[in-house]
Ligand binder design. Sequence first.
Ligand code: GLA
Ligand code: ZN
Length: 670
Amino acid sequence: MAENFHRFLYGGDYNPDQWLEYPDILKEDIRMMKEAHINTVTLGVFAWSKLEPQDGVYDFDWMEEIIDRLYENGIYVNLATPSGARPHWLADKYPEVLQVDESRRRQIFGLRHNACFTSPAYRMKVYQINRKLAERFDRHPGVILWHVSNEYGGECHCPLCQQAFRDWLKEKYHTIDEINRRWNTAFWSHTYQSFDQIESPSSIGESSIHGLYLDWRRFMSYQITDFCRAEIRALRDGGALKKTTANFMYNYSLINYHELAQAVDIVSWDNYPQWHHQKEPVTAMKSAMQHDIMRSIKKEPFLLMESCPGPTNWSPVSKLKRPGILEAASLQAVAHGSDSVLYFQIRKGRGGFEKFHGAVIDHYGKSDDRVYQECCQVGEDLERLTQVNFSKVESQAAVIYDWENRWALEESCGPRNENMFYKEAVEKSYSAFRKLGLNVDVIDSMQELDCYKVVAAPLLYMFRPGFAEKVRRYVSGGGRFILTYWSGVVDENDLCVLGGTPGGLMDVMGLRSTEIDALYEGENNEMISAGDGRRYTCEHLCQLVDLKTAKPLYLYGGDFYAGTAAATENDFGSGKAYYICADAEQKFYDDLYAGIVAEAGIRKVFSGEIPEGIAVSVRTDAENEYIFIQNYNPQPTAFLPEMEDAELMLGELTGEMKPFSTAVLKRKKR
Ligand code: GLA
Ligand code: ZN
């Protein structure tokens, strides 16, 4: 792609297959795309029944004509494989492609994203069409990238998937005895005698064995990744040389994206924050973290594959984006490492489920439309920022947000079953670093730590194999490591650690976690600084600890454990390990992390403080730093950073930033 394209990709999903009977509209679309500086569209995501109207009968001519016409007009194509939704004839002829849900009920034809990923018939039909698409279009100079399927997800419990699950388990554990041991199936007398008895978790069957649940999640992740690899193999067999991507989703739990990402060349994702529900800086921070998750998977620039120019239509209330938000959200993606701003969709569909979903071109169809005008503005901005394309995001701080830990933590029973607030705990650490103006990587617990000066691991209930040893090396080598309550409790099969927690890190943390107190909604406790007496509230979970070498930084203010440690610090080797015992309010994290970051000698972009609601991110190439400053406050905000030798690439810095405005500065790398 890089060789084919040097600008930011700007555009989005385009569905001319819904408009083939409106030739004037297709012509007008191209005119309006050019006016909006659009240079890329994603084609064919849901076009299978137009591409293969009958089993084995292909019609690609209309597609070729559209690709040609776009190319003549300077618009490039991400070409999709159509497996996200299948034609009616396919489900009729091969009913095995229809998913079976967890209660063992087979679906009838309808909707999308609901095929069986194991079905040999589905895999065969996808193979055939992908290969043919590659043979016909990969060499087209207008095609720059393969968009494999759409938003992979879901799960299937059909007999084919059950068998594949058993085979996968056999390969992993070899014997049924080993499964019984690793899943602790003696509980409630659920011991298996043979692999054939194993069934995926179900509300009408087994839901008490957490090890089974975890391996089912891992298997589905594996199976979807395998399906994706098979799709790509079909493209390569058809001669495809161009790169591939698959579009990921916001905080999607069911697929471990670190695994799926290995199948594709480029990570891309779909971002649909619901603006103006919470305060804008909060929404912006949550969305920033998701961008950083996506970037951190490969530690490479990613693509924003979908976003919405206007309001979406699938949430309970579809609020309009206030003027300026589209530009801010689009540039936020770029600030965090995206080399594209792509929308769903270019032209608003006429009928069906998404007819009121925001789009670049409204049903009205003319340029004097507010949303369209804002899209034109984003297109202009991206052209001014062309030099930033391909630059990297380098982070000295990281927060761990681990998919497998999430599965384990959320499925387990106790100490709180309504909500463990895992994502929220990660967001607190993330946002404390971000408020200091730091770039932050959001990584998986299997990733390397040594490249960071400080790493936070909130609520890391499950320590995956090798994690404790890695942390030990990291801290003894000088790293700063922050762990919280309810961490290091179980192994990768959700079996509890024996002999004390956090498992394998008691000496590194200088303490042992003893009991954990779960608080009812509305209850809280206090954390009081052992130094200056500052007080913060905490809620949900309070871990009690037994100190060995750790020093208490904060003490609980209330309850029978008042006066015992609520946050600690421990010197270990040449580094330091911190432990946060309770779910503290945001301000606690902000203040604690400011101190840790200062002590760790982390270089910041600006020396001064960053006002609330202003976000700072930096991209870097061999020569330059590109500094993005965004005001997410709905009111003007005073901010004038000291920026010697910096050149303004976009926006203005007059001392007061307008609501939702962005300034981009460039300076020589230091
Ligand atoms: C997802 C899908 C798109 C579209 C949008 C609507 O991201 O990939 O096809 O349905 O949602 O928000
Ligand atoms: Zn299946």
